[in-house]
Design a protein around this ligand. Sequence first.
Ligand code: ZN
Ligand code: ZN
Length: 583
Amino acid sequence: MSKANDHYDLETIRHSAAHLMAQAVKQLYPETKVTIGPVIEDGFYYDFFREKPFVSEDLEKIEARMKEIAAGDQKIVRQELPREDALKLFDSMNESFKKEIIEGIDSDQALSVYTQGEFTDLCRGPHVGSTRDIKSFKLLHTSAAYWRGDERNAVLQRIYGTAWRTDKELRQYLKRLEEAKKRDHRKLGKELDLFSVTDEIGPGLILWHPKGARIRGLIENFWKKEHYKNGYEMVYSPHAAKVDLWKTSGHMSFYKENIFSPMDIEGKEYVMKPMNCPFHIQIFQSHLRSYRDLPIRFGEFGTVYRYERSGVLHGLLRVRGFTQDDAHLFCRPSQIEEEIVKVLGLILFVLKAFGFEEYKVYLSTQPEKFVGAQDDWEKATHALKTALKKTGLAYEIDPGEGVFYGPKIDIKIKDSLNRYWQVSTVQVDFNLPQRFNISYIEENGQRQQPIMIHRALMGSLERFFGCLIEHYAGAFPLWLAPTQVILLPITDNQLPYVEELANRLEKEGVRVEKDLRNEKIGFKIREAQLQKIPYMIVLGEKEVETKTLAVRKRRSKETRTMDLSSFLEEMKVQVREKTIDCL
Ligand SMILES: [Zn+2]
Ligand SMILES: [Zn+2]
């Protein structure tokens, strides 16, 4: 690698690679029109207008042409053009999408274009100095996209690529990508029979299969137990409610495009709930509350429905129906800080149980459009900051990114492939208490409006589950594994012993399966390994005679002979300590 591109940042290199790709595409397929080519995480894409989708042979050709152009050392030259001239230029090139972009720019300020060889693109820049500075890149895959992301517009062909400073960085990235593919939760979800999405039910609506449901149940039980220990009460609320409720909450005006279309029930309009907050508020309102009752903490696995374009749906990560591990805290203004400290403590405790110990934390502050008094905003932001400090969490400020009703903290977790996932959120809210006019009686006998805290630790159970599958590559730790132990008899002679053991393990609460098929033991072991079952117990003549177990862990070739009680003890220790997969 030359030192030439050391001084360019990755974004500049990647965006220049997008231009390079567009240039190669125009050379190879001159009928194609260019649209936009932004930088994304780890790479870039470019959207082209063209009838025929690109196939993988096209990608190979385009990549080869990119290498040729890059080696040709074409200088990349910036030029400023008056808006009118830019319009004429792209019109003369028949680039109607670029023309449309320019027409959409109000100001009359000069626009910049970048030229390399025969190729010119409208662009703000910056770019590298020469095509030779783009060295370590690879085209990855294609997909369809819509012009301006709107499915009523023209269908575009998108090509994704990645670019790095050095070949070594590129190789490392491609290796990570390979590993991520193996861990793709959609692939593992099928192989391990955890969940599915069917066309008959509709996109973005998840079916949890028995094994997925077992894991979800374990997560829910753990979550509930910890919440009861921390002073929460559990509630349940319906999946639909009258439109009027969402008018009061403001969702019909601020959030309408995400709500499923209304249905008519006896002349009244109902919608599927996009949020759980108004329900918990109604439960709060069902009694006269005193300052002595506060804080009140209502938790719920609340299933919500939100309209998302079918184009953005993705496995368990972007869905239309999902369950939030939601809770709403109603507190006195003086209690905010302490409550947030407690919430952060609970978040860290819960995330740690799933093996997440590294986070990125963001504090999002007052946006331009907001409700509530300035004084309240300052107090709430201060409370969030102090709480973060007390918890010892390093954080970044995301200026102006708070919700219109209050500031918030967002937490992203780092998984075993060093990827970050947005999960937890803690939001202070002055708006809903006011909209629903809720109050409690203060010490002085006056009515006072409580402050609400919205918070979720895992965010959406669906998304969190997707993240867990990829984090563990489907090899769940013992406490979460849907099947913890599988019994593998060598011949039918061991069947009575298998039954006896299965009964005893089940009585101890162990999740156990039996493989009674008439197959070779080596085959059964391989299958159990593919199912990523933590413990395999092989049972032959010798084990029956001595009343022992030949125990094998999923990633080990070693077999240990144990009696049942020491095996149970070993399991219990691991479950209690929530040992992350060290099997
Ligand atoms: Zn550009
Ligand atoms: Zn809420």
